[in-house]
Design a protein around this ligand. Structure first.
Ligand code: NAP
Length: 346
């Protein structure tokens, strides 16, 4: 049986902020007949994760290219791979059968032929909407969990600052921190996002960083007694301002530096004397570092979801054609919560 498969690729390397015109939608014909013994699995893709790190893969060069298999460079004209959820259409692999729901590395396309060695797991539960397995129960949640509990080493009552706090990772970090017993302030780029953080997600306070002209004094105003933990999603000037407001032995988990992805001229230059004399720990990490804690992360997060203590914040675009605008929108602050694209009905 032959299947029409539409997919998304970059036309050329992307160096600045991504635009919809940087992408092309291609149409190919693929076969659903799998070679016995190949261990291939053909997946009909349902929800695709749209993530900022993909921009680093689109560049000619980025440090990500050499340090993480998941962030390997993308080749213009070739389908972009990424995390998502789908349903098995055909399988030559033991343990996977037609109809199974799976999560793993698929592609920005309607169908993906997943080869042996590529991450693909059967979903362990259908208790929650499928989209949760892309966001809060997927890598966004694991990123928040790994970074917050392992690197930030929170203590009850500590003061936590989260940037890009209404985003996929940031909103979960803020919610975990509140549930842990911390005092939490987030920043985001619109009034609507700020209201949501305060009124729906339970942050103690929040502010719109785009309305502030001096971030160091802004943070001083919101944290008169200093910051114990900064969960950094943005880098740049915000990281500098956070460092100057950190308390002794403060911890900074550098999850991402999105303000630096689209502009090679933006680079944080924190005051290193602050780092030395205040004995601040600044540590970068990748979600994959915590894959061995997946079961603990899943149990905690599912428990919070069941008791409705945790909200799943999602932002879903529909149709494969919407991928370029969904992706470009991340860099303009268009999304609220986990950005994903639903490419097919469940
Ligand atoms: P996200 O926060 O859901 O979406 C990106 C958000 O970043 C936008 O909505 C926008 O919100 C904000 N933003 C965009 N450009 C900005 C700029 N120039 N300055 C400040 N804020 C900007 O994305 P996410 O998936 O949760 O990722 C957040 C960060 O974590 C990214 O840096 C990402 O690369 C990183 N990350 C790292 C890992 C890891 O394994 N280390 C895993 C997942 C994500 P505003 O309206 O607030 O500006």
């Amino acid at each position: 049986m032959e299947i029409i498969n539409r997919s998304v690729a970059i036309k050329d390397h992307v160096e600045g902020a991504p635009e919809e015109s940087d992408f092309e939608l291609r149409t190919d014909v693929i076969t659903a007949e799998l070679t016995p013994g190949s261990n291939d699995v053909l997946v009909k893709n349902l929800y695709l994760s749209i993530d900022p790190y993909q921009l680093n893969r689109m560049k000619k060069y980025s440090s990500s290219h050499e340090t993480s298999n998941y962030a390997a460079p993308l080749v213009p004209g070739k389908t972009i791979d990424g995390y998502g959820v789908g349903r098995v259409v055909a399988s030559a692999k033991a343990g996977f059968e037609k109809g199974d729901l799976v999560a793993g590395v698929i592609g920005w396309e309607e169908y993906t032929l997943v080869h042996e060695g590529t991450m693909l797991n059967k979903l362990s539960t259908t208790e929650f909407p499928l989209s949760y397995h892309v966001g809060i129960l997927g890598f966004s949640g694991l990123t928040a969990y790994g970074g917050f509990y392992n690197l930030c080493k929170p203590k009850n009552g500590e003061k936590v600052f989260v940037s890009a706090a209404s985003g996929s990772v940031g909103n979960v970090v803020g919610q975990y921190a509140k549930l842990f017993g911390c005092y939490v302030i987030g920043c985001a780029g619109t009034k609507q996002k700020v209201e949501l953080l305060k009124n729906k997600l339970g942050f103690d306070d929040a502010f719109n960083y785009k309305e502030e002209s001096d971030l160091k004094s802004t943070l001083k105003r919101y944290f008169p007694d200093g910051i114990d933990i900064y969960f950094d999603n943005v880098g740049g000037e915000m990281l500098e301002a956070a460092v100057s407001n950190m308390n002794l032995f403060g911890r900074i988990a550098v999850c991402g530096v999105i303000s630096e992805y689209a502009d090679a001229k933006v680079r944080a230059s924190p005051n290193m004397l602050d780092v030395v004399y205040k004995r601040i720990t600044i540590q970068g990490f990748l979600a994959g570092d915590f894959i061995s804690q997946y079961a603990d992360f899943f149990a905690l997060t599912v428990g919070y979801l069941r008791s409705r203590k945790l909200h799943a914040l999602e932002d879903i675009s529909i149709g494969i054609e919407s991928i370029p605008s969904a992706f470009a929108g991340l860099f303009h602050g268009d999304n609220i919560g986990k950005k994903m694209v639903q490419v097919a009905e469940e």
